[in-house]
Ligand binder design. Structure first.
Ligand code: NAI
Ligand code: PYR
Ligand code: MG
Length: 466
């Protein structure tokens, strides 16, 4: 991914040094996009040079400029880091507190009457506080993006980012909560203790298999919606892309064979959604090869998946079981899928290579052999990213005060995302709407509310349905 950096340099004007600086920047793939003169002396000048450059080359470019004779590199600022200075979100009051009268309403003594009203009628907390619009984004920092166990502090920028997107895309007030524990029971207890202030819980970047137990228990033991984004957000968006890809190749969910590789947080949820959507021929593959009900596994989720899938009891590595598959779905790691594997798939293969940041196969290698290709990346068409799901799904769940987010609501969200791509727009390069398409959140919200009402998990009927 490219970033933009600003390099403040001082150099002698007379010696053609700027050309040398520009040359070095160009050598390492940097693109000068702006330049500001900060000080222009008789002999020397100080300039801010703004450069667009691949993130991986930032160090190289600074070393190259530092190494030039007669050039002093005063400072380098990276726009990505600048965007994070002091954090990315804040709390804003809804009204100013200008005088004693205001103060006595929003705080003591007036607030006491509101507190007692909630004590007497606990459900009025939804009407009289932020609870109706709040989501806790909870992590323990153990599976952050594709970075692994980097700890709760290092996870905070991602959780702030999620909170930002919740607000910008769906008006949801989300709070980043990074827990200093990896103990399943402690996480469950802590989230339950936090619940009074929240209308929903978005679990994020908690490693598998602990994430399954944590989510299951919280769903059982709390009456607000709990949603593990890496499992279900990914599965919902993947299904949306799959529905549209199948329309392009003219195949039905009931007729396809799907190979899912990487049976972790995302993979398990994807298998569950494929089953709910009517796919019967699924082969789940992890490091040890195809999961098969003839085997026993230490991971109870693998045992469950093995029992629900692989009807022909196939065994072996990915390359042994991919022959004849209509669809490959990867949520594992870079390089797992080979061109040879794709060549053994059925006609018009569909490949979702979603490992971040590097997909299961280099898109350029795969492209000549596939009919539809999707990745998790923003620099290729068909980006599968859970940001298409979580803002709208929580907007809908909060608006109808759903007690849970069930399979029907997830499937409805997937169809809603797919429907944003019109029949006349859909093609191999466009199976999934952009994350900035403003039709996505309203479509997902509507579908989720309707599914919640239909399955009797809504505790409030929004005005438009009364
Ligand atoms: N595009 C998107 O929206 C999303 C992409 N992802 C990506 O999907 C990947 C998996 O994420 P999670 O499910 O959260 O991680 P996870 O750690 O829970 O699961 C990964 C699974 O892949 C398996 N695996 C690793 N190497 C393998 C190999 N060579 N062959 C077969 N299986 C292998 C692991 O054993 C594990 O079961 C990551 O790269 C992540 O960044 C995850 C969520 C959203
Ligand atoms: C996108 C996301 O949530 C992840 O990669 O973990
Ligand atoms: Mg995540």
């Amino acid at each position: 991914m490219n970033t933009s950096i600003v390099m403040r340099v001082e150099f002698n004007k007379q010696k053609g040094l700027f050309a040398e600086i520009a040359g070095e920047i160009g050598q390492v793939g940097g693109d000068i996009v702006a330049m500001d003169v900060i000080r222009a002396g008789k002999e020397t000048t100080i300039r801010d040079i703004t450069v667009s450059i691949h993130e991986a080359s930032v160090l190289q470019i600074t070393e190259a400029v530092k190494g030039l004779q007669g050039v002093k590199l005063i400072n380098v600022s990276d726009s990505t880091f600048l965007a994070h200075l002091g954090g990315k979100i804040e709390i804003q009051p809804k009204m100013p507190v200008k005088n004693r009268d205001d103060l006595s309403k929003v705080y003591t003594p007036g607030v006491a009457r509101v507190c007692m009203a909630i004590r007497d009628n606990p459900s009025s907390v939804y009407a009289l506080t932020i609870k109706r619009n709040t989501v806790a984004v909870v992590t323990d920092g153990t599976a952050v993006l594709g970075l692994g166990d980097i700890g709760p502090e290092a996870a905070l920028p991602v959780m702030e980012g999620k909170a930002m997107l919740f607000k910008q895309m769906a008006g949801v007030d989300a709070f980043p909560i990074c827990l200093a524990t990896q103990d399943t029971e402690e996480i469950i207890r802590t989230v339950k203790l936090l619940a009074p202030g929240f209308g929903g819980i978005n679990l994020e970047d908690i490693s598998s298999p602990r994430c399954f137990e944590i989510e299951k228990r919280l769903k059982q033991e709390m009456d607000i919606p709990v949603f593990h984004d890496d499992q279900h957000g990914t599965a919902v968006v993947l299904m949306a892309g799959l529905f549209n890809a199948l329309k392009i190749v003219g195949k039905l969910t009931s007729d396809i064979r799907v190979v899912v590789t990487g049976i972790g947080a995302a993979g398990v949820s994807i298998v569950k959604m494929l089953l709910v959507a009517g796919v019967t021929d699924i082969i789940a593959v992890d490091r040890e090869g195809a999961l098969c009900r003839t085997q026993t596994y230490g991971n109870p989720m693998w045992t469950w998946v093995a029992q629900q899938t692989n009807p022909d009891l196939r065994e072996g590595a990915l390359s042994d079981v991919i022959g004849g598959a209509d669809v490959f779905i990867g949520v594992s790691r870079k390089g797992v899928l080979k061109v040879e594997d794709i060549r053994h798939m059925a006609e018009e293969p569909i490949v979702f290579a979603m490992a971040n940041p590097e997909p299961e196969i280099d898109p350029e290698l795969a492209e000549p052999y596939v009919r539809v290709l999707a990745t998790g990346r923003s620099d290729y068409p068909n980006q599968i990213n859970n940001v298409l799901c979580f803002p709208g799904i929580f907007r809908g769940a909060l608006d109808c005060r759903a007690r849970t987010i069930n399979e029907e609501m997830k499937l409805a969200a997937a169809y809603a995302i797919a429907s944003v791509v019109g029949d006349d727009e859909r093609n191999e390069q466009y199976i999934i709407p952009s994350v900035f398409n403003d039709k996505v959140v309203p479509a997902v919200r509507k579908a989720v509310v309707e599914a919640a009402i239909a399955t009797s998990v809504a505790r409030r009927i929004p005005p438009e349905y009364r």
